[in-house]
Design a protein around this ligand. Structure first.
Ligand code: HEC
Ligand code: HEC
Length: 450
């Protein structure tokens, strides 16, 4: 009797489960379950949910986390005072929205209330007044910059985020104002010029053992889209030929599957994220790399001890997994239709794969080598200045997907080739390819299509 009822209940339960499974199949369930015609197991659900929440967390960090770096940008450099201007309790003329946009800062249109958008459209917002910049900072609308305000509404500090250099906007509202494009290199941003406005640069001067005038000269030498992430390690402010020593801001998308990162292959994405957050943005956290303790190659890092930074509290380490995952999720965007000649690009693919020998290093679809993706300067026919500033002494095969988004500022680590045509001519000579004129133009159309 008892056994029979257990059996009945059991049969009923199985029936109910089958019914539920079918119902969720019919009504869709999650997108994944739909594709596979089955439900997540408990464990799969756990992995899926973890991935989703990590991704959301990573996006938040990439866009909004200063890692406590306001202690440096506001606390040490007092950069917020230069932005506010004397009229608003700071120093100097201040930075108006017009100036901010002119030096490449971007405004997140989604952070603007509709009333303000309407006023902007009607031309009723004073874009020459630094007070308007402060209002935008209060709205958290300046991409990659956070203002900290006291209770009276006065700016008391500021910090920066990854998005400052690695995001731009789609200009959908106005030039420089639109929806965020995370991972796109901001090649308009003149970060050196912005930092040079800071009223207190003596800490940088002390670190480099130069005077403040020299620091300003170095900062303003980079120009738009460039930053020097090794200066504070090796103190090399200029190239031997006197040229600027900054590197172009690369995209932070299309990096999944790519082994080594940065132009010179310093390390992996999480390696570099810790490097930047702690030693460049000057967030509070931990960074360790014994390679940078070599006083020959990195005299400044060896002396300052920045190769072994132990900031407390550590506001970086716990965020590295989510930040890593978010960057891996940023696929390289496809170029808009009509931005290249599709027929020529199809012919150019043949050149890329065959006569041009490009695909031997830029292996599709990563467009870099699976494996140890580095080459000597001699192999690619360029000087070793920047490679020798890296522990690798090499250049990393640049992943080319989404190349169309970062044509401003030129190509190669320092933008030495102004156009894609210059790049192709360089390879034609370097590898004695003997490409015909038509093959060269086809190759360029292919590069624009990636
Ligand atoms: C001040 C501008 C600036 C900020 C802020 C910045 N970066 Fe970068 N980033 C650069 C530059 C310049 C490089 C190239 C460095 C090099 O190769 O010498 C770079 C390189 C990278 C790379 C390597 C990309 C590749 O092609 O392999 C990644 C990944 C990256 N940054 C992520 C981040 C993250 C995450 C943050 C925030 C924690 C951040 N960056 C903050 C300027 C910046
Ligand atoms: C021996 C390996 C190798 C071959 C072959 C090669 N490249 Fe490269 N490529 C590199 C490396 C390394 C870099 C990065 C150079 C730097 O950072 O200065 C690069 C950079 C580039 C860039 C600049 C990317 C950027 O973001 O600025 C383009 C464009 C490019 N290559 C296209 C090509 C084309 C087209 C060919 C074939 C004609 C080709 N490459 C052949 C290794 C190679």
């Amino acid at each position: 009797m008892r056994r029979k009822s257990v059996l009945t209940v059991g049969v009923f339960l199985v029936g109910a489960l089958v019914f539920l499974a079918e119902a969720s199949f019919v009504t869709g369930g999650s997108a994944w379950a739909e594709g596979h015609g089955e439900e997540f197991s408990k464990n799969e659900r756990r992995v899926h949910d973890h991935t989703q929440s990590t991704l959301d967390h990573g996006r938040q960090i990439f866009r909004f986390d200063t890692f406590g770096d306001e202690a440096f940008w506001g606390g040490t450099l007092h950069l917020h005072q230069a932005i506010a201007g004397a009229q608003n309790g700071g120093v100097g003329a201040g930075v108006s929205p017009k100036t901010a946009l002119a030096v490449g800062l971007k405004v997140d249109a989604d952070a603007l209330p509709w009333q303000l958008k309407a006023q902007l459209s009607a031309g009723r917002v004073n874009l020459d007044d630094p007070a308007t910049t402060l209002a935008l900072l209060k709205l958290n609308a300046v991409v990659g910059v956070t203002g900290f305000f006291d209770n009276a509404g006065n700016i008391r500090s500021m910090g920066v985020q990854c998005a400052l250099c690695h995001s731009t906007v789609d200009d959908s509202f106005a030039p420089g104002i639109g929806k965020r494009l995370d991972g796109w290199a901001n090649r308009d941003l003149n970060i050196g010029l912005i930092v040079s406005l800071a009223p207190s640069l003596s800490s940088i001067a002390d670190l480099l053992q130069v005077d403040v005038a020299t620091v300003k000269k170095v900062l303003t030498s980079w120009g738009p889209g460039r930053f020097d992430a090794v200066l504070d390690k090796d103190g090399k402010a200029f190239r031997p030929d006197g040229g600027q020593a900054g590197t172009l801001i690369p995209p932070a998308f299309g990096l999944a599957g790519v082994n080594l990162h940065t132009w010179t292959g310093f390390g992996s994405v999480p390696y570099w994220n810790a490097y930047v957050a702690v030693t460049e943005m000057r967030g509070s956290g931990t960074f360790f790399d014994a390679r940078l303790s070599d006083p020959g190659q990195y005299p400044v890092a060896a002396a300052s001890g920045s190769f072994n930074t132990r900031g407390t509290p550590d506001l970086v380490t716990a965020k590295l997994p989510a930040l890593h995952q978010y960057q891996l999720a940023l696929a390289a965007p496809k170029p808009p239709a009509g931005s290249f000649d599709a027929a020529a690009a199809a012919r150019g693919k043949e050149v890329f794969d065959n006569q041009g020998r490009c695909a031997s290093c830029h292996v599709p679809p990563l467009y870099t080598e699976p494996g140890h993706n580095l080459h000597t300067p001699a192999e690619i026919g360029v000087d070793s200045f920047q490679a020798d500033r890296s522990p690798t002494h090499m250049y990393r095969t640049a992943p080319l997907a989404g190349l169309w988004t970062h044509q401003k500022g030129g190509f190669y680590h320092d933008g030495r080739f102004a156009t894609l045509s210059n790049v192709v001519e360089h390879y034609d000579t370097q590898f004695t390819l003997g490409l015909r004129a038509q093959e060269k133009t086809d190759l360029i159309e292919y590069l624009k299509s990636l």
